[in-house]
Design a protein around this ligand. Structure first.
Ligand code: ATP
Ligand code: MG
Length: 475
């Protein structure tokens, strides 16, 4: 098979020129080749050369007048950006592993050696970039596919080039990658491979949590992420790094009353939300919204199963989970925490006559994340009963109408009380102290409850009244 017509990026011709002149064999390889054949958009290009990747990168960059070449001397790699694509160069490598070690012994090798150390047959394909092969036949654009990755693409199968037990125990991250690709590409993991993953799942412990979360997040960003979570659960990979999610699985019955399986509920919510958002952290909020159901579960003789306070407890579980997975601990984590904490509030709003004050409170607590909260709340409706789903969604339409109406009238989103602490201090001529906080809080409550309008004049009047009650007089 020849793919030269598909090699549209200018880097390929430049590599050919330099490689032919130097008499070294160069190839495009890996994910780039796979995605070309799958007709997925091209993100980055990997070039392998039987020789120095760094030298090749420098000379190719010169021809293309590409920008700065970044060299990673320790890894023998170099890369630059050209026409919006990241191009990475590396010398062909042979890797051997010693059991129990994560660090392979790396030596220079041939293209075959390099293809042997790849994770899956579909990721081990290469495209020859020299004008002619060592046997002197025209070869630019020829597919070099020793493990029949092309067939596995047609069959939608993930298969390791070597014995899966070797491939997975050499680098256990490949098990996460198997699940990620299965989910992302809608491929099946070949059965020997799947068994090998089940056998080797525990070895994931030698892999850094950063590398794990990179694969996990790519899986979460795929179209139907539940597929990946089911695989992670069934292979017990999930058990190695996310026991809280494992604990969601299962149904307990007492007095003939069961509760829903919260693992399936959670991944259904995740699939539903994924249709409406590409925000990774909103998808994480879906994953974690019910995470505290197991630790808050109680059986009540009259009420049946309850999960009181799971939203609050769940929000408090988020930091530990983010820390363990080395996910970002600043605004992303706070955002997820907030959505977990508030996830029941929209539904609570529909259960009564929607009062302005309840709406104002929710607006002031959710701030700019109110729209995302409503996306989560909508995804959270997973009843089998379509009429019920329909009814809930209509209720949410009412809630949204009300949110818009109240926000327009009162402007309490990102609420700042109309009198500041400084103003209170100045008015009464007092230093920073407890009464100032008390007065501010009371004004905020009064506005949210609708006792006074969200206006300066009314707020100042209340401030004077509250001050007087505390024995304060205007200075
Ligand atoms: P993506 O679409 O996420 O970029 P990718 O397959 O290109 O997927 P990369 O991490 O960019 O993944 O790796 C590029 C190539 O390097 C892969 O296609 C594969 O051939 C090889 N590779 C990456 N990680 C591993 C690994 N852990 N073990 C073996 N080969 C790997
Ligand atoms: Mg890639």
């Amino acid at each position: 098979m020849n793919l030269s017509h598909h090699l549209t990026h200018p880097v390929f011709k430049a590599v050919q020129q330099v490689a032919d002149r130097k008499g070294v064999q160069a190839f495009a390889i890996g994910g780039f080749v796979r995605d070309l054949i799958l007709e997925r958009p091209c993100k980055d290009i990997d070039i392998v050369v039987e020789g120095s990747g760094i030298e090749l990168a420098r000379e190719v960059a010169k021809i293309l007048k590409a920008g700065r070449v970044t060299v990673f001397k320790n890894f023998g790699t170099a890369m630059f950006h050209h026409h919006g694509v990241e191009v990475e160069f590396v010398g062909a490598r042979k890797e051997s592993y010693e059991r129990g070690s994560r660090k392979p012994i790396v030596e220079d090798g041939t293209i075959e050696d390099d293809q042997n150390r790849r994770d899956f047959t579909i990721n081990a394909m290469a495209i020859r970039l020299n004008a002619t092969s060592p046997a002197n036949a025209p070869s630019y654009g020829d597919l070099v596919d020793p493990f029949d990755g092309l067939q596995d693409i047609a069959l939608k199968i993930l298969r390791t080039p070597l014995d899966p037990n070797v491939t997975y125990s050499d680098d256990p991250l490949r098990m996460m990658r198997a699940v990620r690709f299965a989910c992302q590409l809608n491929f099946k993991i070949e059965s020997d491979s799947l068994q090998s993953i089940e056998r080797n799942a525990k070895r994931l412990e030698i892999i850094s949590r950063e590398r794990i979360h990179v694969e996990l997040n790519k899986m979460i960003m795929s179209e139907v992420p539940s597929v990946g979570f089911k695989l992670l659960f069934n292979t017990r990979l999930l058990h190695q790094f996310f026991p809280e999610m494992v604990a969601l699985k299962g149904v307990e019955r007492r007095n003939g009353i069961g509760h829903k399986d919260n693992f399936f509920h959670t991944i259904e919510v995740l699939d539903r939300i994924s249709k409406n958002t590409d925000n990774l952290w909103l998808r994480w909020a879906a994953i974690l919204h019910d995470i505290a159901k197991p630790p808050t579960k109680r059986f009540h003789p009259d009420l049946g199963w309850t999960f009181h306070g799971h939203e609050d407890r769940g929000a408090r579980m988020v930091p530990k989970i983010f820390k363990r997975l080395k996910l970002p601990l600043d605004h992303q984590m706070k955002y997820v925490q907030k959505l977990v904490l508030l996830h029941l509030r929209p539904i609570a709003l529909t259960q009564e006559e929607i009062s302005d004050s309840a709406v104002r409170r929710l607006l002031s607590e959710a701030g700019d994340d109110i729209d995302d909260l409503m996306i989560l709340a909508r995804a959270d409706i997973t009843s089998k009963n379509e009429a019920k789903v329909e009814r809930y969604l209509l209720n949410y339409d009412e809630v949204v109408k009300k949110l818009v109406e109240v926000e327009k009238k009162d402007g309490v989103r990102n609420f700042q009380p109309p009198v500041s602490g400084e103003e209170i201090m100045e008015t009464f001529g007092i230093p920073p102290s407890r009464p100032i906080g008390d007065i501010k809080k009371a004004i905020k409550e009064a506005i949210l409850d609708g006792d006074i309008p969200n206006e300066q004049e009314a707020a100042r009047a209340l401030m004077l009244e509250l001050g007087a009650k505390m024995g304060l007089r205007p200075a």
